[in-house]
Design a protein around this ligand. Structure first.
Ligand code: F0G
Length: 352
């Protein structure tokens, strides 16, 4: 059964009139990470959401939000985005035959995400401001002009995104001890917590995980307890200073006995490199906040040794090639197109 709407219809607000929209989102890999497990002394898995059709977890929620927009007779969807939401909205709108308008913070969107939105045919507006300002604008436009808002304040987005929690329980046979997740606008942690709760109530899991959400240090509004007017972080996907689902994140952490904390850009980039070099997994910087956060919680003793931990890797590393090339010291070296020159270079870099 391909796609979220089909696979999890019983748990979603679908009717006979909901179109069977899909790009085969969901059913993403849950990968065990042997080297990170050893380093952190936990049993660490990653939920690789970069394997979704547009390369991020947003597809799970977007397929529901866009299908419901079609069902309700909408012609146009709109969103503000740090990049992934816009890529996903543009793709599903294209598939469903709707128009799509996206507002992105000018200069702070990874190039791959921008390329996606443009290719899928969205109208892209680069706003001279940050995500929080763009979200306030689209909320108002949607309220006054009859276009459908597809940010995660749209409850259908949360409904779709909760399905990742179902998949984790199905693969592990139950909920893990700990679910670690990056926090930006805080929709996804809200969705996972809802999903774990519903699955347990349905008898598909016997317990709930402790929920750990991680903001970037320069955008840690929830941790600091107040909005941040000018958030800054290398992880542009979570460069958000006033999360719309703030309460949902706090509730998930509190009710589950977990915590919302922050990680520094240096910690994010360290986890980003280790995921790629040690595990063969290329996730985008914001995604790596989940792994960086688990490392921090282990140092602080907040997560016990041997715990079964799932880190959500929210987006594909290919979306942000610039940060990747800046994150490694060694750039590809230029070499003449002869066997001698190549062999000499290999010996010089100690490649063999
Ligand atoms: N990771 C990635 C790769 C993201 O793109 C986002 C959010 C998050 C984590 C945080 O998720 O907002 O539900 O807490 N990106 C949004 C966007 C804001 O516009 O693409 P959240």
């Amino acid at each position: 059964m391909p796609g979220i709407l089909d696979t999890y219809a019983a748990y979603l607000p679908v009717t006979e009139r909901t179109p069977k929209l899909t790009l085969h989102e969901g059913n993403t890999p849950l990968l065990f990470c042997p080297r990170l497990s050893e380093e952190l002394d936990v049993e660490l898995y990653v939920k690789y959401e970069g394997a979704n059709p547009t390369g991020s977890f947003k597809d799970r929620g977007m397929v529901v939000a866009v299908a419901k927009a079609v069902e309700e007779g909408s012609r146009t969807v709109i969103c503000a985005s740090t990049g992934n939401t816009s890529a996903s909205a543009a793709a599903y709108a294209a598939r469903a035959g709707l128009s799509c308008i996206v507002l992105v913070p000018d200069g702070y969107v990874a190039v791959g995400k921008l390329a996606q939105a443009v290719m899928y045919g969205a109208e892209v507006l680069a706003v001279a401001g940050n995500f929080d300002q763009a979200l306030a604008i689209v909320r108002s436009i949607a309220a006054h002009h009859g276009v459908t808002l597809v940010n995660s304040v749209n409850p259908y987005r949360i409904e779709g995104q909760k399905t990742a929690a179902f998949e984790i329980c199905d693969v592990l046979g139950d909920a893990p001890d700990v679910l670690a997740i990056p926090v930006g606008n805080a929709g996804n942690i809200t969705a996972y917590w809802k999903g774990f709760g519903e699955y347990r109530r349905a008898g598909r899991a016997t317990r709930l995980p402790r929920m750990f959400g991680f903001e970037a240090e320069g955008a840690a509004a929830i941790v600091r307890g107040e909005p941040i007017a000018q958030p800054e972080t290398v992880a542009t996907a979570i460069r958000i200073g006033n999360p719309a689902s703030w309460d949902g994140a706090v509730r998930a952490a509190k009710e589950s006995g977990g915590r919302i904390d922050f990680v520094t850009d240096a910690e994010i980039l360290d986890a980003y490199r280790k995921l790629a070099r040690w595990e063969g997994i290329f996730a985008e910087p914001a995604s790596s906040a989940s792994v960086a956060g688990v490392a921090k919680m282990r140092r602080l003793g907040e997560i016990e040794a041997g715990a079964k931990v799932v880190c959500v890797l929210t987006g594909n590393g290919l979306k942000d090639p610039h940060t990747a090339l800046e994150a490694v010291d060694l750039k590809p070296r230029r070499v003449a197109a002869t066997e001698d020159a190549v062999w000499t270079a290999i010996q010089e870099v100690g490649g063999i």
